[in-house]
Design a protein around this ligand. Structure first.
Ligand SMILES: Nc1ncnc2c1ncn2[C@@H]1O[C@H](COP(=O)(O)OP(=O)(O)OP(=O)(O)O)[C@@H](O)[C@H]1O
Length: 515
């Protein structure tokens, strides 16, 4: 690796209204390295990189690009792009109705030499095809973005940045939205890009991935810089400890609880879907009080539809779903909740939170009409505040101030607000947890997993839908696997169950897996 510093950020400070997001942190990049930036939710990673990308002005600090000090009074996204910095955000910024090609050249359209009014699509296509071939990306230039997969959208975002001349590419949690296969594909692409001299910043919570692809790793905690280490000089437990400031135990033993009556019965259920492979076809299983039933599978095999049907968010064509002793199929979501459903939805941004409201409101939203929050139709702000403060403390939501709006929260803390509301409310029988730790940092993963295990110990049945095999294995007592809308197998999570056996079922194989 050449030791030329492409980027150097020193003593950076950034204050938001309620929180000091970056507090004297530093960061640097050598040309052609993959440098991971890790830290708990809210540690300031995204803010630090958005500063480098010119999105936020800073209160104090210095940035050097290729050895030259940047005039920060004039620094913005435009200047960052000019300096060869590109960023792919957690949420993609593509126009769905336009084709991939149109999206890539949007705003920087090449024109024909003889007429500034005529777009030169041939030139654009040639330049883009060079990236596609060089980095072995599977991208269809003439498809509309609404018809391509999430993985392909991400590749389009990467090409968009390269097309604008990026040789420093910041990827903010790129694998959070990808299937394991798509993530592997992305790593292959990044590896070729690195060999080609592109410098890559990889923000991630998945320490296995970080250890697999990084050259160096920097750790932030509470807005501050903690350390930078070479991959070969560190280990996953050491990184976890640097991030969280204490030892983290992710492979704690799950509790063994005596199971009780069935709390959820799904009987020969058919659920429609816009995608053929996700239609649920004749699904039957039950979850008992005091057990965790894991639903494993590669994303898009009908798990999301199943979860939505149980929560009352999607119709059931045939069959029946029973919660406790009540039929809940084709009933309204609030009825299902009243029957005892606690729901951690897959999409916390759209369904889990009301982002324009405060943390207090979000933490008690489902109970606002009940005592003690509401008496004689009068809402008690004081009670709401008291309970929300309790839940903020108990579920370790940061920052602590309940007056904050949900929209300012980092990924993991936003998820903790949802978990706190759902598990904090009384009278629950079933916890439906869909991808509960996606995008969540390692300390919070440990916390959320403990809370799920605790819900089981307290007698709830838990239906855990997760694409993360490690998570399924850590928490589930029994596991069903979904493949193309059907249950491809059911296994007991005992010492005979292996990753390979489960992986085989996830790919639709038989795997003589009935253990
Ligand atoms: N636009 C904003 N307005 C107000 N506060 C913000 C804004 N963006 C971030 N914050 C706050 O700044 C802190 C740092 O957030 P940041 O998104 O940089 O963390 P992160 O390390 O990237 O976290 P995550 O891993 O959860 O994405 C958090 O407390 C967050 O709530």
């Amino acid at each position: 690796m050449q030791q030329q510093k492409t980027v150097e950020m020193k003593n950076i400070h950034k204050q938001f209204p309620f929180v000091k997001a970056v507090d004297g942190a530093r960061f640097d990049l050598f040309k052609g390295e993959i440098h991971s930036l890790i830290g708990e939710n809210g540690a300031g990673k995204s803010t630090m990189m958005k500063i480098l990308y010119g999105m936020y002005p800073i209160d104090q600090g210095e940035i050097f690009l290729n050895g030259e000090k940047v005039d920060l009074s004039k620094y913005n996204t435009h200047s960052a792009i000019k300096h060869g910095i590109g960023m792919v955000h957690q949420e993609f910024m593509l126009v769905k109705e336009m084709t991939v090609l149109e999206n890539i050249i949007l705003g920087v359209e090449p024109t024909k030499r003889n007429s500034k009014m005529a777009l030169d699509f041939t030139a654009a296509r040639k330049k883009i095809n060079h990236y596609i071939e060089n980095y072995q990306m599977n991208v269809h230039l003439d498809r509309k973005v609404l018809n391509i997969s999430v993985g392909e959208m991400q590749r389009v975002e990467i090409i968009k940045a390269l097309y604008r001349g990026a040789d420093v590419l910041i990827l903010d949690e790129p694998t959070a939205v990808l299937t394991p296969q798509e993530a592997d594909k992305l790593f292959e692409i990044l590896d070729i890009m690195r060999k080609d001299g592109v410098t890559i910043v990889f923000i991630s919570h998945k320490l296995k991935e970080v250890m697999a692809i990084s050259d160096r790793i920097s750790v932030m905690r509470g807005g501050k810089y903690v350390a930078t280490v070479h991959k070969s000089d560190t280990t996953i437990p050491e990184l976890a400890k640097m991030m969280v400031g204490r030892e983290v135990f992710l492979d704690g033993k799950r509790s063994m609880v005596e199971v009780g009556e069935p709390v959820l019965q799904v009987k020969n259920v058919y659920v429609p879907s816009e995608r053929e492979l996700s239609k649920n076809r004749d699904i039957s299983f039950m979850v008992r009080a005091g057990e965790v039933l894991g639903v494993a599978g590669i994303d898009g095999n009908g798990q999301s539809e199943l979860g939505e049907a149980i929560a009352g968010l999607r119709p059931v064509e045939k069959g029946e779903i029973i919660l406790g002793d009540k039929v809940i199929s084709n009933k309204a979501p609030h009825y299902v909740r009243d029957c005892g459903l606690a729901h951690i939805p897959e999409d916390r941004n759209d369904r889990g939170l009301n982002k324009e409201h405060t943390v207090t409101y979000n933490l008690v939203a489902a109970e606002i009409g009940d005592a003690p929050f509401s008496k004689y139709s009068i809402i008690s702000e004081k009670e709401m505040r008291k309970v929300s403060e309790e839940r903020i403390e108990r579920f370790d939501i940061r920052p602590r101030d309940p007056r904050n709006l949900a929209m300012g929260f980092s990924g993991g803390n936003a998820q903790k607000i949802v978990v706190a509301r759902e598990l904090g409310a009384p009278g629950k029988k079933l916890l439906l947890a869909a991808q509960p730790t996606r995008g969540v940092d390692i300390g919070s993963i440990e916390g959320i997993r403990r809370l799920i295990d605790k819900a089981k110990r307290e007698g709830l049945g838990v239906l855990l839908i997760s694409a993360d095999i490690d998570e399924i294995l850590a928490l589930s007592d029994r596991i069903i696997v979904m493949y193309e809308g059907r249950i491809s197998g059911e296994v007991v999570n005992d010492e005979y169950l292996t990753d390979e056996k489960l992986g085989m079922l996830m790919l639709g194989g038989e795997a003589d897996a009935k253990s």
